[in-house]
Design a protein around this ligand. Structure first.
Ligand code: MTE
Length: 494
């Protein structure tokens, strides 16, 4: 797309730049706001025609949000752009200079929306700072059955919103009496307080293993984008029945949509939805949680209220919950429609059709080794090798067995599962189909004589006898989600 320069006389400014690029007014830049008209953006006084870059933008067509505008507020929101190579790419697309008075305008200045994010625990391994995404080191992940909130993995798409609990309102739409607006106090006092232990796992957990097969798009999570906490709040179904959910509503409703109070630069909130039967079933246990591990939800985990949808991918457990909509339709949010879906290893970014795949809800069975790192060594004088880890399955399917091998899967040993009862004497064993919490496991296996290297592998089996696939390549997908192959670490014997 060749630029149409605004003549300096027309722009009524002298051409003061030292290079020979033309000067454009903001008005001219604004006209280039679509693929058809060309996609122009400005950055620190430069004008860039990025039309040809749109199709290769790693973040997809979200880049079009900035079409005809300044990049600064968008880059402030997506901190991944603060890298030298990104500026290098941008520089290739420079077509002009922004008129001096236009580049001083307020909307170009970027107040950092992340400046009020909470401070985080120094032990966390940070995958991205803005937005903040981090996981605990595997070695400490399974030290506790209940993950302390400080080191519970954190997955934010946007800046953390700061919500005054006194003015907080949760809106519910789609019930016969019209929109309902609840205070935090209503939630705490009108409904019984329910407590459950549930594991949350991000769809991208273990993505780094997919990256080793072939590069995927997304944060390079290790094995700890998963954690387990005790959540308290009101059952979603108690609240919806209280405000008039009826057989007539049930006859039409198919989904419950959630909206967060965290918004992007266009004011669009993070959102997702879950099927109505999960939301309303007596066995679904969906919580509007206001406590995590016995305390108010921390800012990073959704203060003052979040949805806990046990057994379902983390992406649907909406934090900073602002709105619930009972609907015939799924959430139309980007994260429900164009993300968090699985595809064939043969599907690439040129052929992918997000409409063709269902949104991920229940996750498949998962396990990982936490006490031995890939490439680490153990002492050959030890007669036994201790292997520890976690195992969990989606949909409330209980993990019934974890198999561990020291020889890459040729011979297997059954690990000892730690149950919730052992850890939390107050927590009764969950009824069938409602095993929301992970199981920690451990095994000691005699060190094979003369072994120089061990290929330590684990795989879990759930109550439906689902088990994990043996390798990553056949489940590789372009977004790097649903990585649940046997977890394997190579350990040297020295
Ligand atoms: N809710 C809102 N409002 N905004 C978000 O960015 N991230 C989702 C989900 N809920 C998110 C959200 C994703 S992808 C995951 S995996 C979980 O929150 C992570 O929850 P945690 O940060 O409490 O571990």
């Amino acid at each position: 797309m060749s630029p149409v320069p605004v003549k300096a006389e027309q722009a009524e400014i002298p051409v003061t730049q030292t290079n020979s690029l033309p000067v454009y007014s903001q008005e001219e830049v604004t006209k280039h706001c679509s693929i058809e008209k060309g996609v122009w953006v400005t950055y620190k006084g430069g004008v860039y025609d990025i039309t040809d870059f749109v199709t290769v933008h790693p973040g997809g067509d979200k880049i079009l949000l900035a079409a005809g505008k300044a990049l600064e507020p968008f880059w402030a929101l997506y901190g991944v752009h603060e890298q030298e190579h990104v500026l290098e790419i941008l520089s290739e697309y420079k077509v002009g200079i922004l008129r001096a008075e236009d580049s001083k305008k307020d909307d170009i200045k970027s107040a950092d929306p992340y400046s009020t994010d909470p401070t985080r625990h120094p032990a966390l391994i940070v995958n991205s700072v803005k937005p903040f995404n981090a996981e605990p080191p595997p070695a400490i992940l399974t030290d506790n059955y209940i993950t302390p909130s400080d080191i519970f993995f954190k997955r934010n798409h946007l800046p953390v919103p700061h919500i005054d609990p006194k003015t907080y309102r949760l809106e519910i739409e789609g019930l016969p009496g019209g929109t309902v607006s609840l205070t935090l106090d209503d939630l705490k006092t009108l409904f019984p307080k329910r407590t459950l232990i549930a594991t949350i796992q991000c769809a991208g957990n273990r993505r780094s293993e997919m990256n080793k097969v072939k590069q995927v798009k997304g944060l390079n999570w290790g094995i700890a984008a998963i954690s387990n906490a005790k959540w308290s709040g009101a059952y979603l179904r108690d609240v919806l029945y209280h405000y008039g959910f009826s057989p007539e509503v049930a006859a039409k409703a198919r989904h419950v949509q959630f909206e967060g109070l965290d918004v992007d630069v266009t004011g669009t909130p993070y959102g997702a939805s879950i099927p109505i039967n999960k939301a309303m079933s007596e066995e679904g246990d969906v919580l509007l949680a206001y406590k995590m591990n016995g305390e108010d939800l921390p800012a990073d985990h959704g203060f003052p209220v979040r949805a806990i949808v046990p057994g379902v991918v983390g992406a649907r457990n909406i934090k900073w919950l602002g709105k619930i909509v009972i609907s015939e339709e799924e959430s139309q949010s980007h994260w429900q429609q164009n993300d968090y879906k699985g595809f064939s290893p043969g599907t690439d970014w040129d052929t992918v059709d997000f409409k063709s795949a269902p949104a991920i809800q229940e996750l498949p069975v998962q396990s990982a080794i936490t006490n031995l790192a890939d490439g680490s060594s153990i002492d050959r004088d030890m007669d036994k090798v201790t292997v520890k880890g976690y195992a969990w399955s989606g949909g409330g399917r209980e993990v019934v067995r974890v198999d561990v091998s020291l020889d890459g899967g040729k011979t297997w040993h059954v690990a000892k599962l730690q149950s919730s009862e052992e850890i939390e004497s107050s927590a009764p064993s969950p009824p069938p189909g409602r095993a929301w919490a992970w199981k920690l496991w451990e095994i000691e296996i005699p060190l094979p004589e003369g072994a120089q290297e061990l290929e330590v592998v684990c795989k879990a089996v759930d109550s439906s006898y689902n088990t994990q696939p043996d390798s990553v390549a056949p489940i590789w997908n372009l977004r790097g989600v649903l990585t649940n192959a046997w977890h394997q670490v190579r350990v040297k014997v020295k």
